[in-house]
Design a protein around this ligand. Sequence first.
Ligand SMILES: CSCCC(=O)C(=O)COP(=O)(O)O
Ligand SMILES: [Mg+2]
Length: 227
Amino acid sequence: MGIRAIIVDTAGTTTDLDFIHDVLFPYSKKAMGDFLSKNQHNPLVEYCISDVRDLALEQDASIERVTEILSQWIDEDRKATPLKTLQGLIWKQGYASGEFTGHIYPDFIDAIPRIEAANIRIYSFSSGSAEAQKMLFSHSDAGDLTPKFSGHFDTRTGNKLDKQAYCNILNTVSLSPKQVLFISDVIEELKAADAAGLHTCQMVRFDNQKTAKFAQISDFSALPIDC
Ligand SMILES: CSCCC(=O)C(=O)COP(=O)(O)O
Ligand SMILES: [Mg+2]
């Protein structure tokens, strides 16, 4: 197969969807208003607020209205870059204060030595910001996993549903499509990666997700890197 790099999705692949939807999203929703009020003059936060106003076509939206829009986007699981950047900043506080640790499936952690032994690099690609990914992996239940990663990609690289995002990643990691394996629970993401020529594998952690189109694994112990 000649795999030189594995790119893992986070939510539903390395990480329990329940942790994302029941812990991280509610935490960011609750803290958003206060965070924006306190940090609205921080240049990065200011940029995100302006981006939200642009995307919502509401140039005059107050901070309260921006909070409302973001709250709705969280409920809708919108993968908008300013939301994801702000969530990353908010989650940083939760991780730092020890309010939660990042959930990582043990089978992913157990597979890391095998991946390293095969001289294969590990990257993550999530709609969550690269900073949020670093937080998730550095404050994981099993300690700091970030040294195991060669990089993290987010919506600034492209939309996970677009072929172009995967072409951009290939350019950055300087590998050809057939040297890279992308693993995700979401079929539409696999289709986009497949269109870019990458090897793909669906993570199926629950039986009711099964489809015939892509190779599937139910945990990382079955990672197809030896063929
Ligand atoms: C990196 S933790 C936060 C993940 C997140 O915000 C999200 O929207 C999940 O998206 P994914 O692309 O990892 O399924
Ligand atoms: Mg996912």
